[in-house]
Design a protein around this ligand. Structure first.
Ligand code: AMP
Length: 528
């Protein structure tokens, strides 16, 4: 292929849109490569700094702004994507971040910076756009489409919102794939051996465990399990709590309501945690943490070694194995049947985590993969094969739905329709009938989650089947089909059994953006 052709060609990239960092990769001359920015960085903070008129700064430059204008600098937006304002995660986030979180028109959580409110996909779109620019700069080509990765445990709203972010950034999404599946694709590239692979993915905020069967050309996910409240942040919090207890005891004060002091302690805790991955012991210094009752400044100066840190975080490491057990039992496999264990996510750089995984499986995790880059590499491999159209050499990916899809029933219960760990794409149907005489509409609520109680699951939305013939109860029957596509996104269709009329269904009360809103948010319309 000549240089000229490459330059004008539309490129397809793989993007790992991470909570802390994002990575972009492509397949060039048959080999996946991670693309670096002008400064040679291969990973880029998923941070967006506002304060430049309508423009924003993203990545490393934005991260620098975090120290002097934290209220204008948005990080960890991924934790909020697709979340309802009323959710527990949002409450936790409000205590954690320096920028504002507010309720959007769909009950969705939105980001408030400098008095302006942004939908979360608008902010993520800026990160995606930055990845696109890096790829275009590195290759001289034009990026048209991408495979974007999401945590295996993302529900429909989170996946849909990620798609919206791509649309706002002007990227065509070829496929949304799960991060652990992408890691397995990268690991399996060029390996022909049939094997069972376990992917242990511990990031900043979430933990996912996925079991796959790899055969030449086929990657089949057998099970996936996760905990959306377990990640590096919890490790930081455990160390920060230990630090806080020391300071409070020594100075007889209570810092529980001191937001600034707690943020400083958490930052110090994270730095210490990362340093402990390389060193046996580290010093922790926070020069001006707070003031004591007499108004004197309090400084922290202490030391922590690996043993002490391990004691603090051991319960968290142990919690990951509850999830690992669940994933293995769902796959019907024992640890002895796992041929390779892959570590993904920044937190797996913590030696105690990697050692615990090794002990549990009775084998060393694969050492040759880069936990920060492997997901983007897998996304690039998948993007390349999808862009080829039909490619007999391309790997087939068979993924599963991570959460049960069900409908609400009387008494606040949920009836499961598509159980978790079902291979996708898939569909299931249910016939609904009227419960009262002359009832002309039926309202149906759709939930995702493992609980039998509605209140403990994510409400994806509800819709109304209307225009039914007035008739004695039970006579009108409507068949509703719920399907989950290859991106893990839920679709609903309905057919009136009597007339054969297909009902147009729009899910209401969903926190997702409408098509019109996405259109309006596109950068071109914002004067980008
Ligand atoms: P990720 O979401 O995969 O980017 O992972 C981010 C998490 O990994 C954060 O909690 C980081 O503090 C943590 N992390 C990154 N590097 C290290 C390291 N070298 N040692 C321990 N934890 C790390």
């Amino acid at each position: 292929m000549s240089d000229e052709v490459t330059r004008t060609e539309e490129l397809t990239v793989g993007i790992d849109l991470g909570t802390s960092n994002s990575v972009v990769a492509i397949v060039r001359d048959g080999e996946p490569v991670v693309l670096a920015d002008e400064a040679g960085n291969r990973t880029h903070p998923s941070v967006v700094a506002f304060g430049y008129g309508s423009a924003t700064v993203v990545g490393h430059r934005a991260r620098q702004q975090l120290t002097y204008a934290p209220e204008n600098t948005v990080y960890s937006a991924k934790r909020l994507i697709g979340r309802r304002y009323s959710s527990e995660v949002v409450e936790r986030m409000k205590r954690m971040v320096s920028w504002g979180i507010t309720e959007g028109p769909h009950g969705d959580a939105r980001i408030r910076v400098q008095g302006k409110v942004w939908a979360v996909p608008e902010v993520s779109a800026r990160v995606l756009s930055h990845m696109k620019e890096i790829a275009e700069h590195a290759t001289g080509g034009k990026v048209g489409s991408a495979v974007i990765t999401v945590p295996a445990y993302f529900n429909d709203h989170q996946r849909q919102a990620t798609r919206d972010a791509a649309a706002i950034a002007g990227l065509k999404v070829l496929r949304i794939i799960n991060e652990p599946t992408a890691a397995a694709l990268a690991y399996g590239f060029g390996r022909e051996r049939r094997q069972h692979v376990a992917v242990y993915d511990l990031g900043g905020g979430t933990f996912d465990m996925t079991v796959l069967r790899m055969e030449p050309g086929i990657y089949e996910v057998l099970s996936t399990s996760g905990d959306t409240f377990l990640g590096g942040d919890d490790f930081d919090a455990a160390i920060a709590d230990w630090l806080r207890a020391q300071v409070e005891k020594q100075h007889s004060i209570d810092l529980s309501d001191n937001h600034t002091a707690r943020t400083k302690l958490r930052d110090a805790a994270e730095r210490a945690k990362i340093a402990l991955s390389a060193l046996p012991a580290v010093e922790i210094r926070v020069p001006s943490l707070a003031r004591d009752k007499q108004g004197h400044g309090i400084a922290v100066h202490t030391r922590i070694d690996r043993m002490q840190a391990l004691e603090l975080v051991m319960p968290l490491i142990q919690r990951t194995f509850v999830v690992v057990d669940d994933a293995l039992s769902q796959a019907g496999l024992s640890t002895a049947q796992i041929d390779a264990v892959l570590l993904v996510g920044g937190m797996t750089r913590f030696p105690a985590v990697a050692e615990a995984v090794g002990r549990y499986f009775g084998k060393e995790p694969v050492g040759s993969i880069n936990p920060d880059e492997v997901v983007a590499v897998g996304a690039a491999i998948q993007a390349h094969s999808l862009a080829q159209g039909f490619d007999p050499e391309a790997a087939v990916l068979l993924d599963v739905t991570p959460q049960t899809l069900g409908v609400g029933t009387v008494g606040g219960f949920v009836e499961p329709l598509i159980p978790r760990n079902t291979a996708i794409p898939t569909d299931a149907s249910k016939v609904f009938h009227t419960a009262q005489d002359n009832q002309t509409e039926v309202r149906i609520k759709v939930f995702q989650g493992e609980s039998r109680m509605q209140a403990d699951n994510e409400l994806l939305g509800h819709f109304v089947l209307d225009g039914l013939r007035p008739a004695p109860r039970g006579e009108c029957r409507v068949k509703v089909t719920f399907s989950i596509d290859a991106d893990g996104i839920v679709h609903v269709a309905a057919i009136d059994q009597e007339s054969g009329r297909a009902q147009e269904i729009t899910i209401e009360a969903s926190s997702n953006l409408s098509r019109e809103e996405v259109q309006k948010m596109k950068f071109a319309d914002l004067g980008f």
